[in-house]
Each structure stands twice: as structure tokens, then as C-alpha cells.
Design a protein around this ligand. Structure first.
Ligand SMILES: Nc1ncnc2c1ncn2[C@@H]1O[C@H](COP(=O)(O)OP(=O)(O)OP(=O)(O)O)[C@@H](O)[C@H]1O
Ligand SMILES: [Mg+2]
Length: 532
């Protein structure tokens, strides 16, 4: 259970949340929602004990399992299975057993005998902790999240970003904590795993806070909704399910709009009165007071309006290029003994739309990385066509330099643009004023996505390689970005499990991995998208 009282959150100078009090008790399944950058991740972090509130207290009783939005990079040499088992302290026992095992054949009899005894003790201890059954349980959890057995015996270093995140999720679910805090748990999950997770969370008996832009998941899982309103820096608590929340919130917003309209009317009246009075010397002071009151009223109104907007985007006309700006032949890639794909050929025509489909781990991200030139294929070649300019959007935002600021990243991406032009583009992606001086490392998930897309926009790219570009975006930003992509005149190669995104783009061609067959798009493939 978590009890928060008078919690205040700040990010730099900005107030994210003022004075929130609430609790997360057993049986509470809370959906924490709010637009990108509202402070959801910050709140979850603080609730989990990984950060301090600016004011107020947080009391935690019982264990808390926390899945952060950004996968943390810990020790990458541990085996995936051990990482999952670490949630119950089983990994240490296993590690000690492995050491003892190695010493059991030591030529020194004393050493060997001690090791054998130690091994016996350890395996008793393993049994007490749930031992081998627990291992099987961990493996089955992992399998439900789309992780095959093989992956569990690999060190984390060799796993893809998406696989690592699924391992983290498996670890947290395996931990059996009294309270779960999950920040965007469906990022990187395939459709089957999402359905499984939904059912799992629906039946979860502890306390749960889940942050997600996946409306289906929220709708089916939660029995309460916390709405973090970035305009008002408040946490509105709705003790009802999703559908009822939507209705109630709409009513609340209508009421607030009415109040706002009233404020505006009052301000105008005050203003008019002040203007009249100013003419008389004796009333000058009263006129000034009135003027000030009117300004205060209006200031409140403006503040709300300013932050209601979403990015209005248009991608610029790409630089000209030949008929087929990008071709690849005979691409194959293996990691160790694992063959990801072999002999993939493709040709991306000017202005075409291509979707890459394939099950988890079929190598979609790898293919894009190879096309982008950040990874080398084992065999085959990527051949740039005449005038090719590539824009690559990476799933984990790895194209961003987290140490440097928003503006510095823009300068690197578009050194030829004037400072004012760089700021204008950033502004249209909702980075205004001081935001451009933030180091990229502190940006929220959705903000990082927006920045990465802004950098693509200025590049004049005529082929965009997009890896899950709609993850992390709130619904309004997602719509806006999809609309901009639809209007884009260059070619787009898209990896996504977002069916809406594929629909919007209406692709002409599809590449199915791991076979690498290229085909004309037809509705039959639509069903595959969510599975990918
Ligand atoms: N150290 C910092 N300095 C300045 N601003 C910061 C700092 N840390 C976080 N922020 C800002 O705080 C805001 C809240 O971030 P947070 O990650 O909590 O948002 P979020 O609601 O989780 O958004 P998303 O839906 O995009 O994940 C963002 O605007 C972020 O840029
Ligand atoms: Mg977040």
C-alpha cells in the first residue's frame, strides 16, 4: 500500500503537481493518465522511492514493483533468467551454486568436499525459496510475454531493447509485490502479450498503478482513474472505471470552460469600466486596480489555452532523389548461432510506403538499423540510390544525444539552419522558451519522441525509416504525427504494431520477416500488424 499526502512535484522550475493526497490500496487498479510531459513518470518514480517529492510525504508498506518507462541499464552481463529470478533473490543462490559446482571437481580434496557440502546447502535453500518450480514459473511468465526459452539463457547484453524491457516486465510480475507501478508496460509488446498482460492485470489482487496510452488496456483493467492535468497541476481523482471517467471528466471540463468564459466576460467589463474611469483624475487609482483585476482574470484564461494545443505539424518537401533511392540485396544477419533473417532483398521507390511485418524477434529493428547504416549486415549490401537522404527514427531514441540540450541536438542535426529557424521548428513540436535548454536526458518519453521527429523534419530526408514512432505519444499528438506522415512526400519504411498507424499510412508494399518476402499490401496483412 502507498499513502501520499500533500505531495508536490517539480521539474526544474516548473510545478508539475501541487498538493496531491491519495492512496493506492489493495484492490485498487488505477490508470494514471495525462498528456505527454504532464509528470506521470515523475510521479511514478517518486511513488516507487526512486525520487523525492518537492514537498509532502509518501509512505510505503509492503513491497513495490516498479517498471520504469525507460529501460534502465544495469549489469548487462547477467543472464536474462537470473534477472527475472532476482525479483525473489533466487539469482544469488543460483550464482553461488554455479561457483560451488565448478569447485566440486577441484584437485584439492578439501576444496572439493567443502564445495559439495556448500552445494547441498544451497540447493536446500533454493528449495525453500520455491526453487525449481519458481524457475519454471519465471520461464512461463517470460513465454507469455513473447520471450522464448532460448533468450532466457542469454546475457542481457545480447538482447534487443524490446526484449530487455520484456525481461524487466517479467521480473516485476514474478516479484509478486503488493503494489505494482507500471509505466507504459505495453511498449514493445506484441498483441498476444498485450492480451495476456491485460488478463493478468485484471486479476491482480494487490494495488496497481498503470500508466498507458493504450486505451484498450486501461479500459479493461482499471477501476479508478487519476488524471494528471498539466494545465492546472492537479491530480483529479475519479473513483470509477474508464467509461464513467470519460463522461465525468467531460462534464468537469464543460463546467471549467463555462467558468473561463465567465471570467473573460467579467474581464472585458472591468476593462471597459476602467477605461471610462481613467479619464477622471479622482478615479485614477480605482481604474488602475480594476485594470489589474481584469489582467489577472485574463492571465488565468490564457494559461489554460496555451497548454491545450498539440503540435501542428507538416513535414517539409524532401530533397529530390532518383526513382529508387534505396535498394538492398542479399541481407542476412545472425547473432551467434541465431539466424535472424537471411537473404532479404528490397527496393524502396521514391515516395512509396512500405510496412515491415514479422513476429517478435524476427529482426524488424535490426533490418531498419542495417538500412540506416548503424549496423553491418553479415552478408549483402545496402545501396544508396541517386540523391538519397535518410532519416532514421529509432525505437529507443538512440539517435538523440541525452547529454546535450534540445537546441544543441537540433544544431547538430541541421547546422545550416539559422538559430531562429531551429527554434521555430522546435516550437512547432512544442518545445518553446526554456524547454530548448533542457538536457535531452530529462525529457519525458513523449517529448523524446517529438524531438526525434523534429530532427527528422529538418533533415530534408526523402526516405524515412521509422521504428515504432507512435509509442509513448498521447492520443492527440499521435493523431497529429500520423497526419503529418500521411502528407509527407518522401518514402516511408515503417515498423509498428499500431494498426491505426498502418491504416493511416495506407502502405503499398509489405516486407514480411524473417522470410524477407516483399509483397503488395492487401487487407490480409492487416491482421498481421497487431501480431508483429
Ligand atoms: N530535471 C529536469 N529539469 C527540467 N525539466 C524536467 C526535468 N525532469 C523532468 N522534466 C520535465 O518534466 C515534465 C514531466 O516529465 P514526465 O516524464 O514525468 O512526463 P510524463 O507525463 O511521464 O510524459 P510522457 O507521457 O511523455 O511519458 C516534462 O516536461 C520533462 O521535460
Ligand atoms: Mg512518462
Amino acid at each position: 500500500m502507498i499513502v501520499a499526502s500533500g505531495v508536490e512535484l517539480r521539474a526544474g522550475a516548473r510545478l508539475l503537481l501541487a498538493e496531491a493526497s491519495f492512496q493506492v490500496a489493495e484492490g485498487d487498479r488505477i490508470g494514471l493518465v495525462g498528456r505527454n510531459g504532464a509528470g506521470k513518470t515523475t510521479l511514478a518514480k517518486v511513488l516507487s522511492g526512486n525520487g523525492q517529492p518537492a514537498a509532502g510525504t509518501i509512505r510505503r508498506t509492503g513491497s513495490v514493483g516498479y517498471l520504469p518507462q525507460d529501460p534502465r541499464t544495469g549489469d548487462l552481463d547477467v543472464l536474462a533468467l537470473d534477472r527475472v529470478l532476482s525479483a525473489r533473490g533466487l539469482d544469488e543462490v543460483r550464482e553461488a551454486m554455479r561457483k560451488a559446482e565448478a569447485q566440486m571437481s577441484d584437485p584439492d580434496r578439501n576444496v572439493a568436499e567443502r564445495a559439495i557440502r556448500r552445494y547441498g546447502n544451497l540447493s536446500d535453500r533454493l528449495a525453500v525459496l520455491g526453487g525449481y518450480a519458481a524457475e519454471a514459473q519465471a520461464a512461463s511468465l517470460a513465454a507469455s510475454l513473447g520471450l522464448p526459452d532460448r533468450v532466457l539463457h542469454q546475457p542481457l547484453r545480447t538482447l534487443s531493447g524490446g526484449q530487455r524491457r520484456r525481461i524487466e516486465l517479467a521480473r516485476i510480475l514474478f516479484g509478486d509485490s503488493q503494489t505494482l507501478l507500471l509505466d507504459e508496460p505495453t511498449n514493445h509488446l506484441d498483441a498476444d502479450s498485450i492480451v495476456w498482460l491485460r488478463d493478468h492485470l485484471k486479476n491482480y489482487r494487490g494495488g496497481l498503478i498503470v500508466i498507458s496510452h493504450d486505451v484498450d488496456l486501461i479500459e479493461q483493467v482499471v477501476n479508478k482513474v487519476f488524471y494528471l492535468d498539466a494545465n492546472r497541476s492537479t491530480l483529479d481523482i475519479y473513483n470509477v472505471g474508464w467509461k464513467a471517467y470519460l463522461t465525468q471528466r467531460e462534464a468537469d471540463e464543460r463546467r471549467r470552460r463555462r467558468e473561463r468564459a465567465n471570467a473573460e466576460r467579467q474581464a472585458t467589463a472591468l476593462q471597459a469600466q476602467a477605461d471610462k474611469m481613467r479619464a477622471k483624475a479622482t478615479k485614477a487609482r480605482a481604474a488602475q486596480n480594476m485594470q489589474r483585476r481584469a489582467e489577472r482574470l485574463l492571465a488565468g484564461v490564457e494559461a489554460e489555452r496555451a497548454s491545450d494545443r498539440v503540435a501542428k505539424l507538416r513535414f517539409p518537401v524532401p530533397v529530390p532523389c532518383g526513382r529508387t533511392p534505396l535498394t538492398a540485396t542479399g541481407l542476412s544477419k545472425s547473432y551467434g548461432s541465431l539466424e535472424v533473417f537471411t537473404d532479404v532483398d528490397l527496393a524502396i521507390d521514391r515516395g512509396s510506403r512500405v510496412v515491415v511485418l514479422g513476429l517478435n524477434g524476427a529482426g524488424k529493428t535490426t533490418l531498419l538499423r542495417i538500412l540506416a547504416g548503424v549496423e553491418k549486415p553479415d552478408t549483402g549490401n545496402v545501396t544508396p540510390g541517386h540523391g538519397l537522404r535518410l532519416g532514421y527514427y529509432a525505437q529507443e531514441h538512440e539517435t538523440l544525444d541525452t547529454e546535450r540540450t534540445v537546441l544543441e541536438n537540433m544544431r547538430t542535426a541541421a547546422p545550416e539552419l539559422a538559430d531562429s529557424e531551429q527554434r521555430r521548428v522546435l516550437g512547432s513540436f512544442l518545445f518553446s522558451g526554456d524547454d530548448v535548454d533542457k538536457p535531452v536526458g530529462v525529457l519525458s518519453g513523449g517529448e523524446k519522441t517529438r524531438l526525434a521527429l523534429a530532427l527528422l523534419v529538418v533533415s530534408g530526408a526523402n526516405v524515412l525509416l521509422l521504428d515504432e514512432p507512435t509509442n509513448n505519444l498521447d492520443p492527440a499528438s499521435r493523431e497529429e504525427i500520423l497526419a503529418a506522415l500521411v502528407g509527407f512526400q518522401g518514402a516511408i519504411v515503417l515498423v509498428t504494431h499500431d494498426e491505426g498507424a498502418v491504416d493511416a499510412l495506407s502502405p503499398e508494399r509489405v516486407i514480411v520477416l524473417p522470410e524477407g518476402t516483399e509483397d503488395a499490401w492487401s487487407e490480409d496483412f492487416a491482421d498481421l500488424v497487431a501480431l508483429a
